[in-house]
Structure formats: structure tokens, C-alpha cells
Ligand binder design. Structure first.
Ligand SMILES: [Zn+2]
Length: 275
């Protein structure tokens, strides 16, 4: 190939890349940089109490994040479930509530959201120290994977939005796991803003986690769901549900934990959730 041919070839490659990039930008702008559809706003007003209570600026930001989320993530209905816009928008809205005020990467590693009609069965294989492999299966409401997948049971999602003040919400729970997994490990310590934040976070979270385990061992009733005592990762997901759904009670009974989550999410749900 002569140098003239090389330059022509290079020019052609650059032109193709520019057209491709331009097309992608155009598609992105068409899907994301546009007014939030009236029909979706109506769905959220009707079904998601927290959407109605958000201040106007935060609601507008949430809508922007939802558009981006729906453009970048793929939804798939499982076990015969026909996904509707209503399902997608509700799941996206709750997922984006967690990143509403965070300078986050918007669930950069997440690609797929699989939705089952109801509780699904997860089969696992475990190998013991002698190399014996055994299978277990359990019924799940939701699952979060570090390889870019979240799995949800739609009836559990609906239960979560039907009462946004009972402290139970599978979407908030599974997407809190996604945030926790952003640094590659699921350990109850998500990516924080400064190095100093980790020490305070570890101090508060391990104290509260041990306290929960102790209270449960004595048979006491606790505001934090007992599932949070499973391990630090579940603890973070469970207290996230509580933070958004029962902020006042959490602030009253676990003020330091509330403060840590308030700084992490950069939100103060006490201002917009009634209990
Ligand atoms: Zn969990």
C-alpha cells in the first residue's frame, strides 16, 4: 500500500468512526435528553409515594436519572412475565432514588435486570473441604450479582411500593448491594468519598451490626430487620431500606447510623417521608 492509499484508508476509518460516534450521540440524546414522558410521571405519581413527596428539583433529577437508566440497562421478563413500561419505570425510579444525589457512576457495571412474576428458585452448588459438591435451592425475592445482573420478583416489588413506610423494599435492597459491589467486594462498605470516611463508617457499622446480633440473641425486638444480622453486606442493604422508608424512626433509634447513610446518599429522607 502506498502512503497515499494509507492516508485514504485512515481518512475513511476516521470518517466511519465519526459517523458511528455521531449516531450513538444522536440516539442517546433522543432517549435521554428529552422531557420526561407524561405517562411515566402519571405512573409514578399514582404508585410511588416517595416520588410525590420529593421537592421539584429532586423529582426532576430523578426523572433525568430514570431516562438514563432505562436507556443503558436491559430488562428481561422471566418465567413468562410480560414486562410493561409501568414495571420498568417503577424499578428504575426506586433504583435511581439511591443515586439521586450521589456523584456516582450510575450503576456502571450493571447491564441486566431480570424480572420474575413472583418468588424464584435459585439453585447453588457448594463444595466442602473434602471436595464433595452438594446442591441447595432457595426461594428468593431478589438477587444482586457483581457481574452486572439484578434479579427481582415483581410481586415483591409491588409489595415494596404498596407500603413505603414498613422498612421493606426489595428494589432498594438489591440496588444497595449493587452500590456495595462497586468496589469489587460485597462487604457492607461501599465506595465512600474520603479516606477518613472509612474509619468512621467501619466503627459505626460494626458497632451497630454487633448490637443487632446481640439484641436478637437475647430475643429482643429490633427496628432493624433480623435479616440484617446475616452479614455486613446484608446489614448495609437492610438499613438502606430502613433509611428510605422509616427515616424518622431510624434517626431516633440509630442516629449515628442514620448520619452515616445521610452522608453517603447525600439525602435526608426525614424531610420527605411521613411515618
Ligand atoms: Zn441481600
Amino acid at each position: 500500500m502506498t502512503s497515499v492509499e494509507w492516508f485514504s484508508f485512515l481518512g475513511l476509518c476516521l470518517l466511519v468512526a465519526a459517523v458511528f460516534y455521531g449516531f450513538r450521540r444522536w440516539r442517546y440524546r433522543r432517549a435521554v435528553v428529552r422531557p420526561f414522558p407524561e405517562a411515566w410521571s402519571e405512573i409514578l405519581t399514582r404508585r410511588l409515594v416517595v416520588y410525590r413527596k420529593l421537592p421539584d428539583t429532586q423529582r426532576a433529577e430523578l426523572e433525568r436519572l430514570i431516562l438514563h437508566f432505562l436507556y443503558t440497562k436491559r430488562f428481561e421478563g422471566c418465567a413468562g412475565l410480560e414486562l410493561t413500561d409501568e414495571m420498568r419505570v417503577i424499578i428504575a425510579a426506586e433504583a435511581c432514588l439511591l443515586i439521586l444525589n450521589r456523584p456516582s457512576r450510575r450503576y456502571a457495571g450493571l447491564r441486566w435486570i431480570y424480572v420474575y412474576p413472583s418468588t424464584f428458585i435459585a439453585k447453588r452448588e457448594q463444595q466442602n473441604e473434602y471436595g464433595v459438591v452438594s446442591g441447595t435451592s432457595s426461594h428468593l425475592l431478589g438477587e444482586s450479582w457483581s457481574n452486572g445482573r439484578v434479579i427481582l420478583a415483581w410481586d415483591s416489588v409491588e409489595r415494596g411500593i404498596a407500603d413505603f413506610s414498613d422498612g421493606h423494599n426489595v428494589v432498594l435492597h438489591e440496588f444497595a448491594h449493587q452500590l456495595d459491589q462497586e468496589d469489587g467486594t460485597s462487604d457492607g462498605a461501599p465506595l465512600l468519598y474520603t479516606r477518613d470516611s472509612y474509619a468512621i463508617w467501619a466503627q459505626v457499622f460494626s458497632r451497630e451490626f454487633s448490637q443487632l446480633q446481640r439484641s436478637l440473641s437475647f430475643g429482643f425486638n429490633t427496628l432493624i430487620d433480623r435479616y440484617g444480622a446475616t452479614n455486613p453486606a446484608e446489614f448495609f442493604a437492610v438499613v438502606t431500606e430502613l433509611f428510605f422508608e422509616r427515616p424518622r424512626a431510624m434517626q431516633q433509634h440509630h442516629p449515628e447510623l442514620y448520619m452515616q447513610l445521610k452522608e453517603y446518599y447525600r439525602l435526608d429522607p426525614v424531610c420527605w417521608v411521613e411515618e
